[in-house]
Design a binder for this molecule. Structure first.
Ligand code: 5GP
Length: 182
């Protein structure tokens, strides 16, 4: 079946190349490796679906024993603006009590999703230590403050796709990040 979208990949303008993304991930991994003890387990929680490529590439470069877990939240629906209304779809996690936890997001926009996740993990799971990493930070759209420990790149108020980020479920597979000109 042919997929007809109102936006075409050939119109995409590249914002961060594959090489730039991979270089930045190497730097972030170095910072994380310097923060957490080498011999202590780290539970990495990827917020699906957007962070899956970022989290997968990041954990390959971490040196401590990694437990890779997933939660699924939804805040955009089919819109290009964040609803601010975080809908937990699947929050199934093992016990995190007393553990080192790293939450991994694709992008922090209004900040509602990140705040929800951090508060939920802290209150429900009582980890020893919790840190938050995001590949992209749309600072200009922030409505709620988020303590970001590891940040890949800052972006301005554009709807971006690629490298995990979708438009109507498509473009997640692109190895780079881009945007559609208005
Ligand atoms: P927030 O709760 O911070 O407003 O939104 C976070 C979620 O909205 C992200 O995890 C991501 O799924 C989605 N999102 C925010 N900005 C963008 C964007 O520019 N492009 C895409 N594809 N998703 C976005």
């Amino acid at each position: 079946m042919q997929v007809i979208l109102d936006k075409n990949e050939s119109e995409l303008l590249e914002l961060f190349s594959e090489e730039a993304i991979q270089n930045r991930i190497r730097e972030l991994a170095k910072e994380i490796n310097n923060t957490f003890p080498k011999n202590e387990e780290l539970v990495v929680i990827a917020v699906l679906a957007g962070s899956i490529l970022f989290a997968s590439d990041l954990i390959k470069r971490l040196h401590m024993p990694i437990q890779f877990e997933f939660v699924r939240l939804s805040s955009y629906g089919h819109d290009q603006k964040s609803s601010g209304n975080v809908k937990p779809v699947d929050l199934t996690l093992p016990s995190l009590e007393g553990k080192n936890v790293l939450i991994v997001e694709d992008i922090v926009d209004t900040g509602h999703t990140a705040n929800f996740m951090i508060d939920y993990i802290k209150l429900q799971h009582k980890p020893e230590n919790i840190k938050f990493a995001t590949l992209l930070d749309k600072v200009c759209a922030r409505q709620k403050h988020v303590d970001i420990n590891y940040r890949g790149f800052e972006v301005d108020d554009k709807f971006v796709v690629g490298y995990g980020l979708d438009y109507l479920g498509y473009y997640r597979n692109l190895p780079y990040i881009g945007y559609f000109p208005q």
